[in-house]
Design a protein around this ligand. Structure first.
Ligand code: RAM
Length: 346
């Protein structure tokens, strides 16, 4: 449909929904048939990323639009750039991207926006000038605090710990690690010693190798914190299989981590945190629909409905990088008391 006609119809629909006092159902009034919504995930074979895509697809298809999922072979910007370019040629209406590099996708995403394509990031961010807004799974400081507290608690407040991250260019991982370090500047944490931040690139084998290297380099290591689902499950297996006294915490999928969660010597991970990755995808889809029907532009202060999601309607807030973001909710703790309830859910 010609963009001007679509905009006029949309404005009419928005005025009518406002007149009838039915503002929160603006999306239901929009016709998304013929529209194409795409999501670029971080890498193939990453179960967390696949769950994000599944949630995104569910909402987009229920709205009557087409959903295109692109997964790069590796968790790198180089693998994501050609996917963005191909989506531009396919004339999609929206690109949602879980970025592998905060800076390196800027030119490609700006090309998309120049073509009138709406761009939002989810999970791991891009710079503000390369997006309309960012769907953030949880507040950065809350995640940093939860992880710092977990390392403190599990280590008994003293000794060596290491971080096993995804890639060194990963915006989400880096912001959580920074927030942990900031929290740990407090006196309370003065007896904890961060010996190394190592990178498994969200590849199971590389994450396994990095865990083994940490164990041989630091015989006095007490805790590994892995704020990536791929890293934590690889590390959990290495530690548990080797009956290592080193303990683990971080961000993990209950479905992958249930056999490692426990308070005793037989389990490597006393507890960990996460949120529902399908909900990250669903909220990204509702954001995408609202951007495409132009009921929001991505500015701080705007709000939009998100179906039957828990905190709907969501409001766009300021992100630390100067752009805007939408926060899904707080991180959730998984421990021996609740892991069985969650392991079959996600
Ligand atoms: C990994 C990815 C993702 C991150 C989760 C917690 O699957 O790195 O970006 O948000 O872990």
């Amino acid at each position: 449909m010609n963009k001007k006609i679509y905009a006029t119809l949309l404005t009419t629909a928005m005025v009518m929904t406002t007149i009838t006092g039915y503002c929160t159902t603006t999306q239901a009034a929009s016709d998304f048939s013929g529209k194409k919504f795409s999501i670029v995930i971080r890498n193939s074979g990453n179960p967390y990323a696949e769950k994000e895509a599944a949630g995104f697809r569910e909402v987009i298809e229920a709205a009557g639009a087409e959903c295109i999922v692109k997964s790069p072979e590796a968790a790198t910007a180089d693998a994501q750039i050609p996917l963005i370019q191909s989506l531009i040629s396919q004339e999609v209406d929206c690109i949602a991207i879980a970025s592998n590099d905060v800076n390196a996708l800027t030119a490609a995403l700006q090309d998309a926006m120049d073509e009138g394509i709406k761009v939002l990031s989810l999970d791991s961010n891009v710079v503000p000038e390369a997006r309309q807004t960012f769907v953030n799974q949880a507040g950065v400081n809350e995640i940093g605090l939860a992880l710092a507290e977990a390392v403190y608690d599990i280590s008994g407040g003293e000794g060596q710990y290491a971080i096993l991250s995804a890639s060194s260019q990963s915006a989400n991982q880096n912001s959580w690690i920074e927030a942990m370090k900031t929290t740990m500047e407090d006196e309370k944490y003065k007896n904890l010693d961060l010996v190394e931040v190592t990178y498994g690139d969200d590849e199971p084998q590389k994450s396994t190798d990095q865990t083994q290297a940490l164990l041989s380099k630091y015989p006095d290591l007490k805790v590994i914190c892995s704020p990536t689902t791929v890293g934590i499950s690889a590390a959990a297996k290495v530690l548990q299989d080797n009956k290592s006294p080193v303990k683990l915490t971080g961000l993990g999928l209950p479905s992958e981590m249930s056999e490692y969660i426990g308070d005793d010597d037989d389990h490597s991970c006393p507890y960990m945190f996460l949120w529902n990755p399908e909900d990250v995808g669903r909220l990204s889809a509702y954001t995408a629909l609202a951007l495409v029907d132009e009921s929001i532009t991505g500015e701080v202060g705007e709000s939009f409905p998100a179906g039957d999601m828990e905190n709907s309607p969501y409001t766009i807030t300021a992100c630390d990088d100067g752009g805007s973001e939408i926060i899904l909710g707080p991180p959730y703790k998984f421990d021996p008391s609740n892991i069985d309830e969650w392991k079959d859910i996600y």
